[in-house]
Ligand binder design. Structure first.
Ligand SMILES: Cc1cc2nc3c(=O)[nH]c(=O)nc-3n(C[C@H](O)[C@H](O)[C@H](O)COP(=O)(O)OP(=O)(O)OC[C@H]3O[C@@H](n4cnc5c(N)ncnc54)[C@H](O)[C@@H]3O)c2cc1C
Length: 416
């Protein structure tokens, strides 16, 4: 069997491990379009804040590909000829495949704001981007970050640590709109503002002037030596579109991670997969999901026949010393919101019909495990028990006993 994987990063590494767990002999070829190979994209902000940590960001050891007997071709895939089962590379080479995986990730969205085409307006998505910005800031003092999602916030934190004055402009009413609710965002906002980061929420960049001025829709003008555009990402599904595979928000896959062509699979940020909470396919663009989907796709390409159980959007991030863990249904307003906080810690949970559907924990990583489990495994716990948990103080020791009982029952039934 000949396996070809397009992309050489997170989902690809998962797929290699999955294929090799089923097929020790088959040929595996990776088409890697990125100079650096497999690295942990979320860590590029650590590189930017402290370039000496550069060596820490490998996703797998340098021997990984050799140890798994994988041939890596440094090129970009340009087209898939599905009728001949051939992949065409940008160097003109043609590679045949029995099973193909599209693990091409996502691209940063660059909004065509007037002035955004100037060379001091940059994305922050690859290690190459971080290296470039590292050069650009040698003589910079002030930076505007457009967008306060995970990527924007990490860029802002890194640049703040490098001593720049940082302004974050967020068009939604609060920062980290996919991770936080308005209430929990206020808590983070206050903490970040205390550190000296200027957060401007509910406003938008209107024009980026060549005189190094950023004009907002409200009329406010910010000075900037550098602008980072971090307004979101879009699945890199171009190859799939060109070759006639079904693509909606991302590449459409079935529960075996197969695309509309039985010999072609897709995983990671390029694909849309089941969100367990909403019950809908979504592009979740998160690293653990990319690896897990890649692994499962690899197993299935290697002859296994296992369905993807789907994922719960979840994340854990540390920003300026504050740890934020969250999981569940962002933007779903149904259900009861319960909040507990003291000066440094905050927990907000959302309960609907005796099921926990979301939580946000700031500086409380100790409760993240059971709460994530409760959401992911749909553990039935009476709403009143969750209320009591929040009232007595949401410590690990106060997790409702019903949670543990139900967890043990599910485990005994083999449902987990
Ligand atoms: C700054 C930053 C912070 C992040 N923070 C978090 C976080 O806190 N938590 C979290 O869970 N996730 C985070 N993410 C997202 C996470 O990194 C992605 O979900 C994950 O990398 C997706 O893995 P992937 O393998 O699908 O795609 P990628 O890791 O993007 O890999 C895709 C690879 O395919 C290559 N490729 C694309 N097209 C072609 C082609 N035609 N031919 C050959 N190669 C091609 C690309 O160059 C790339 O190397 C962050 C991302 C960034 C950029």
């Amino acid at each position: 069997m000949k396996y070809v994987i397009i992309g050489g990063c997170i989902a690809a590494c998962g797929a290699i491990e999955g294929i090799r767990s089923k097929d020790a002999e088959g040929q595996i070829i990776v088409i890697d379009g990125e100079k650096r190979g497999a690295y942990t994209r979320p860590l590029i902000s650590y590189y930017l804040s402290d370039p000496d940590r550069y060596t820490d960001i490998d996703y797998r050891s340098p021997e990984f590909f050799k140890d798994h007997r994988v041939e890596v071709i440094k090129a970009r895939a340009e087209a898939i000829d599905r009728s001949r089962q051939i992949l065409i590379l940008d160097n003109g080479e043609e590679i045949d495949y029995d099973r193909l995986l599209i693990a091409t990730g996502a691209n940063p969205v660059m909004v065509p704001i007037p002035g955004a085409d100037q060379d001091w307006v940059k994305p922050f998505y690859t290690l190459g981007d971080a290296e470039q910005i590292n050069q650009d800031i040698l003589f910079a003092r002030e930076v505007v970050v457009i967008g306060s999602g995970l990527i924007g916030m990490k860029a802002a934190e890194a640049l703040h640590k490098r001593g720049l004055t940082v302004h974050i402009v967020e068009k939604e009413s609060h920062i980290l709109p996919r991770q936080l609710t308005p209430g929990t965002a206020v808590f983070m906002h206050r903490n970040l503002a205390k550190e000296g980061i200027d957060i401007i929420a509910g406003d938008e960049v209107a024009v980026i002037h060549p005189e190094h001025q950023v004009e907002l829709k409200s009329g406010r003008i910010l000075s900037a030596d550098l602008v980072i555009m971090a307004v979101g990402t879009r699945p890199n599904a171009e190859l799939a579109v060109k070759s006639g595979l079904t693509v909606k928000q991302g590449i459409v896959v079935d529960s075996y991670l197969r695309t509309s062509d039985d010999n072609i699979y897709a995983a990671g940020d390029a694909a849309e997969t089941l969100n367990v909470i909403s019950g809908q396919p979504e592009v979740m663009a998160l690293l653990p999901h990319a690896h897990r989907e890649g692994y499962l796709a690899g197993c299935n390409m290697g002859g296994q026949d296992t369905r993807d159980r789907g994922s719960v959007p979840m994340n854990s991030v540390k920003l300026l010393g504050r740890n934020i863990c969250s999981a569940g249904a962002a933007g779903d307003e149904k259900g009861e919101l319960l909040t507990w906080h003291d000066n440094d810690q905050l927990l907000e949970i959302q309960v609907r019909e005796n099921y926990l559907i979301r939580y946000i924990a700031i500086n409380m990583p100790q409760v993240a495990g059971p709460l994530t489990n409760a959401i992911e495994k749909k553990i039935l716990v009476a709403a009143g028990d969750w209320q009591e948990f929040m009232e007595v103080g949401p410590a690990l020791a106060n997790i409702p006993p019903a949670y543990w009982q139900e967890l043990r029952r599910l485990e005994a039934n083999g449902s987990n």
